[in-house]
Design a protein around this ligand. Structure first.
Ligand SMILES: Nc1ncnc2c1ncn2[C@@H]1O[C@H](COP(=O)(O)OP(=O)(O)O)[C@@H](O)[C@H]1O
Ligand SMILES: [Mg+2]
Length: 315
């Protein structure tokens, strides 16, 4: 056995060009994508709509072929039968046969992926518990909310006890509570040592649960890294809360700040740097008002992401 640990997912100069419409217009959905995902990583593939996320996932699942370059899963081509049994997959808009109960559907999925009968029964129960759907196990899925369907979708993706789980926009259409529950499920998978690859455009969710993210814009991977590395740039702005300012002093402060929000006799000012903070302090002293808080605003992934999207728009 080799001591070298093979990446779970690897793409080398992977490109995909679609030709669509009457004029066969070329759409470059992926451009020279180089990516490596290690065993046990939780990786968030982040990008706006149309960035190429589903295209990559389709190639990884062997549903689409690259135009050039290559993809490897566990060191093999995605269409290799030995790869399939080690992957679990949740597509972007899954459709479930809604007259089946959750239990029946998962049993069927287990049978289709060749899980032996007795083992299947135990596994289906464990999965229903994992996604917190035990109470709805015997309810027909046509009554399920979007969040419940997504949870059953994840259970389905895990039914063959895969080493790698690929989820396409698993949190799409979920409310904040549903997304929180989903993050918890992904955290559990991570604890079990599974490699998780999921796509999303919801930044905050990625920020909380991923070991690493890749940012894809217009088919190009513009950055990959640990979030702490991507977000090391120093504070972009400082928020100063001032209370007890009125009249002309308030107007002056509002002019100094990039942004100001008024609430009663409080002002929340967003300023650019230390010099502006000093100016605000001087004005506040003169007005005999009070500064109640100064908070550096860390650059969030959202700020970073929006800046990259703007850059790509300019190119
Ligand atoms: N089958 C297809 N035929 C033609 N164009 C496609 C096809 N699938 C996707 N595209 C185009 O490729 C680009 C990337 O799409 P997609 O991978 O679905 O992005 P995402 O999942 O990030 O929203 C988009 O411009 C989309 O319109
Ligand atoms: Mg998509």
């Amino acid at each position: 056995m080799s001591v070298l640990v093979e990446p779970v997912i690897q793409t080398v100069k992977l490109s995909k060009v679609y030709r669509s419409g009457f004029r066969m217009k070329r759409v470059r959905a992926l451009v020279d994508l180089d990516l490596e995902i290690e065993k046990g990583e939780t990786f968030g593939f982040l990008g706006p709509n149309g960035a190429g996320k589903t295209t990559l996932i389709k190639i990884l699942m062997g549903l689409a072929s690259p135009s050039s370059g290559q993809a490897r899963i566990f060191g093999r081509p995605p269409r290799d039968a030995r790869v399939k049994s080690r992957i679990g997959f949740l597509p972007e808009s899954p459709y479930f046969y809604e007259y089946l109960t959750a239990m029946e559907f998962l049993r069927l999925s287990a049978q289709l992926s060749g899980v032996p009968g007795q083992e299947a029964e135990a596994r289906v129960r464990r999965l229903l518990k994992l996604v917190r759907m035990e109470d709805a196990a015997n309810v027909q899925m046509r009554g399920f909310s979007r969040g419940m369907l997504q949870r059953i979708g994840v259970a389905q993706a895990l039914v063959n006890d895969p080493e790698l789980v690929i989820l396409d926009e698993p949190m799409g259409g979920l409310d904040p509570i549903g997304r929180k529950e989903f993050r918890d499920i992904i955290a559990k998978l991570r604890k079990q040592g599974k490699t998780v690859f999921f796509s999303t455009h919801i930044l905050s969710d990625v920020e909380m649960i991923c070991d690493r993210v890749g940012i894809v814009i217009a088919g190009r991977l513009v950055n990959t890294g640990r979030l702490t590395e991507i977000l090391t740039e120093k504070a972009e702005s400082i928020e100063v809360t001032v209370t007890g300012v009125t009249g002309k002093f308030r107007k002056v402060l509002e002019r100094v700040a990039q942004q100001s929000i008024r609430s009663g006799d409080s002002l929340l000012l967003t300023v650019r740097g230390d010099d502006e903070v000093e100016r605000v302090m001087a004005i506040v002293r003169e007005a005999k008002a009070k500064v109640s808080a100064i908070v550096p605003r860390r650059k969030t992934l959202e700020d970073y992401f929006m800046a990259r999207v703007r850059e790509a728009g300019r190119n």
